[in-house]
Design a protein around this ligand. Structure first.
Ligand code: DGY
Length: 323
């Protein structure tokens, strides 16, 4: 019997994948910044016992049905809305993600995006580089305070809690909305559970960290933006499709809310001529929530360890349970 075949859908650093090369036949899509085409992914998945996938790879029923040898999919992300976990599980394929290792890093980015949007840092940095700074003046690039304001966190998982911890450092009042109440987080972080509407009505900063599910799809729609304060800033580091982007655009141009910081988009990569990107009060980032070298290495390493565990017949470290 030959060695198991592992396909990795993106070029990963050699030292990360070395443990796989020692044990298996490994093929890696050779591009670091280009997604694998679907036809190549289909061909490879048909041969592979293990796949290491990116959040940009769609692993749907059609692909899973023809992946006859596949035993494990390790997704380099904590989110797994790109994978049909139910079908995978029915077919005996184990799906793994990368929780925990990215929690603090993603919370850092979330808070950085909140501060950047509130204090208009991108506008200010561009202003000075473009030679527009003529004189100090009282309201030049004046933003809005973050400290002592109210933050409303939608999705109080581990990243949400880590964001709440940062907010406490800024003396913020913390509200949260989640599928289920988290009494421990309430105690530890002095966070207050409230309904989605209450959160929208009261928060100065509405921070979306919710995963994309059937329930959260376009949760932030025109009704939600109407409920928010006109001074509120919306931050999204969850998934783009949790937001109706047209409704967000309308809310911004009609000044129903004050600004938005977005790390994720319904369609990624978002086109540079997308209406949202033309607005000065929108700070947009290319899905870099967990993008530090330390964390991305930890995520890739965890994926390799999960693949090895499953192919060796052991329990993976971070398997997803089908709901
Ligand atoms: C994830 O892991 O799901 C994040 O979106 C990556 O930054």
């Amino acid at each position: 019997m030959g060695r198991p075949y592992v396909f990795i859908t993106r070029k990963l650093p050699d030292d990360i994948v070395a443990p796989l090369y020692d044990k298996y036949d490994v093929n890696m899509w050779p591009h670091e910044h280009l997604a694998v085409p679907r036809d190549v992914l289909f061909k490879e998945a048909n041969q592979a016992e293990a796949l290491i996938t990116m959040l940009s790879d769609r692993i749907d029923e059609e692909l899973l049905k023809q992946s006859v040898k596949l035993r494990v999919i390790a997704n380099v992300a904590v989110g797994y809305d790109n994978i049909d976990v139910e079908t995978a599980t029915k077919r005996g394929i184990i799906v793994c993600n990368t929780p925990d290792v990215l929690t603090e890093t993603t919370a850092d980015l979330t808070f950085a995006l909140l501060l950047t949007t509130a204090r208009r840092l991108i506008e200010a940095a561009e202003f000075i580089k473009e030679g527009k700074w003529k004189s100090w003046s009282p309201l030049l690039l004046a933003g809005t305070d973050v400290h002592h304001k109210t933050i409303g966190i939608v999705g109080m998982g581990k990243i949400g809690q880590a964001v709440a911890q940062r907010a406490k450092g800024f003396h913020m009042r913390v509200l949260y909305y989640n599928r289920s109440r988290n009494i421990e987080a309430e105690r530890a972080l002095d966070a207050t559970y409230c309904s989605f509407d209450e959160l929208l009505e009261q928060a100065d900063f509405v921070v979306c960290l919710a995963p994309l599910t059937n329930e959260t799809y376009q949760l932030f729609n025109s009704r939600a933006f109407m409920k928010m304060k006109s001074s509120a800033i919306f931050i999204n580091v969850g998934r783009g499709a949790v937001v109706d982007e047209e409704a967000l655009y309308e809310a911004l141009i009609h000044e129903r809310i004050a600004g938005a910081g977005l790390d994720v988009f319904a369609q990624e990569p978002i086109r540079s001529d997308h209406p949202l990107l033309q607005l000065p009060n929108v700070v947009a980032l290319p899905h870099i929530g967990s993008a530090t070298k330390e964390t991305r290495y930890a995520m890739m390493q965890l994926c390799c360890r999960n693949v090895i565990a499953v192919l060796e017949g052991r329990k993976p470290y971070t398997a997803i349970q089908s709901q």
